[in-house]
Ligand binder design. Structure first.
Ligand code: PEP
Length: 252
């Protein structure tokens, strides 16, 4: 089954509102219309509304970097999935390694976020990936399997079809070290087979989009995207400049 790829810009804690709007206005003019791929812009919360208003193409979508799992209430500083839906998001990142490692997010918290997003009608982009010491200890599959099973606990098959997975080896994020296409492909195949096991449904696993993230750049994107199970990219550093992100969107 042909999967439409998804190329996502995770801006992390970068860009003011005016910088963010200028970026998307410029990018949308420069990128030719896309039929086999979609673009996801994931700005900081403060720029969501303005970027959402500036997006004017059917192949560009808005996403958020994080959320809380409750709908509303006394949770100072948090943002709910309902609010993200209201501001125009279609996707929300969950369990990014910076959330796990700097802010102490556990698989249990991530699972609550995934469920809350699905309840609000949003697509979670569940990020998984091993640390360097885990890879060196031969635990990559074990770690990724645990993150998938616990992050997707009790999710029904229909909802699983709305989820996107991002494989982001922690040792490759922001380090300049990319997983080789073969290393990434190996884990992507493993993720697809794990989703087949979890869902008991081959077509859900076949339709699942699995993004690769970790130091994706204009000069390594083409090789990565040739792999059959890499269905898109989650890009940090190289998504902050229009010219490099445009080249990544236009992988060939
Ligand atoms: C990320 O933050 O998801 C990421 C992959 O960052 P970078 O591209 O900078 O490694």
């Amino acid at each position: 089954m042909a999967r439409k790829s998804l190329v996502a810009a995770n801006w992390k804690m970068h860009k003011t509102i005016s910088e963010a709007v200028k970026f998307v206005e410029e990018l949308q003019k420069l990128v030719e219309s896309l039929d086999d791929r979609e673009v996801l812009i994931v700005p900081p919360f403060t720029a969501l509304h303005a970027v959402g208003n500036a997006l004017n193409r059917g192949d560009f979508f808005l996403g958020a970097q994080n959320c809380f799992w409750e709908e509303k209430g006394a949770y100072t500083g948090e943002i709910s999935p309902v609010m993200l839906k209201d501001v125009g998001c279609s996707y929300v990142l969950v369990g990014h390694s910076e959330r796990r490692n700097i802010f102490g997010e556990t698989d249990e918290m991530i699972s609550k976020k995934v469920k809350a997003l699905l309840r609000a009608g949003l697509s979670p982009v569940l990020c998984v990936g091993e640390k360097l010491e885990e890879r060196e200890a031969g635990q990559t599959f074990q770690v990724v399997e645990r993150q998938l099973k616990e992050g997707l606990l009790d999710i029904d098959v229909q909802s699983l079809a709305k989820i996107v997975i991002a494989y982001e080896p922690v040792w490759a994020i922001g380090t300049g070290k990319t997983a080789s296409p073969a290393q990434a492909q190996e884990v992507h195949t493993f993720i697809r087979s794990t989703i087949e096991k979890i869902s008991g449904d081959k077509s859900v696993a076949e339709g699942l989009r699995i993004l690769y993230g970790g130091s994706v750049k204009p000069d390594n994107v083409d090789e990565l995207m040739k792999e059959p199970d890499i269905d898109g990219l989650l890009v940090g550093g190289a998504s902050l400049e229009v010219s490099s992100f445009k080249r990544i969107i236009e992988y060939r």
